[in-house]
Design a protein around this ligand. Sequence first.
Ligand code: SF4
Length: 307
Amino acid sequence: MENRFKVINVTPRGFCKGVYNAIELAKQTRMDYPNEKITILGELVHNKDVVLALKSLNIHTIESKGKQRIDLLDDVLEGIVIFSAHGISPLVQIKAKNKGLKTINASCEDVLKTQDLINAYLEKDYDIFYIGQLGHPEAEASLDLDLNKVHLIQIGNELPKIDSKKIFVTNQTTMSILDIKNTIESIQTIYPYAIVSDEICSATRLRQEAILKLPESVDAIIIIGDKSSNNTKMLAKISRNRSIPTIIKIQNLGELDPKLLDQCHELAITAGASTPKFIIDEIVHFVNAYAIDPQIDKKDYSIHPFI
Ligand code: SF4
């Protein structure tokens, strides 16, 4: 039988180094402290399957939508607390130490680099324009570096009015490259003297650029990733900017409605930086088989544990 539609595997996709390192650090912590209670403050990376896999190692996650890390910490009473890949506020680190908790920091080095830059400009008495998302843990950690001098700029919102000529502009690492470019240009029209450092991480940039480079003939894209993953959401946003007619966002094979593929001619498949490879693989295997035979059953493409 011939393929009914073409499948394009977008690369890179799936785990970035920051996610990989955070998971390895959590696993190593369990090996180093086999009898200690280990708690992750917020999801280690934004993926429910990763959270479940860590639970199977007796590493528990505390997360509550809308609750900041500093408040989540109230529920950690003993043992080891792991800070997630998104970075952590200095206020949370101090509170954890004061509670007598042992701390392990799984912050991604790209997030730490942005925080170091912000600290360096704060020391020189700059105001910081931080382009990010209200409530995202990475933004929360950066804003906490100085609640008076770090100003959150949300996409599409009005810019703050600042008299100082000392302004440093930077951003959350997982934003849309197009949004960041436009927002930086807007800031520069009002504050032409602002110093700018675009800190979108290379994992986020490369995954978004790969979508922008897809052939015009691509008429559908599957984006695999957790609903709470910002870099995954941005892949969908870039696909909309790129005007791909059918955008299918799923967390796993179970969520895929194969009928959505029946009308497409060229289908691209990508995944956010916190999506485990086994989830991507099972979807890719299924879709390639479905392109040939629409009678196949999703149930035959099983999920395997990865941790
Ligand atoms: S998406 Fe970027 S900032 Fe986030 S963990 Fe991965 S490499 Fe680090």
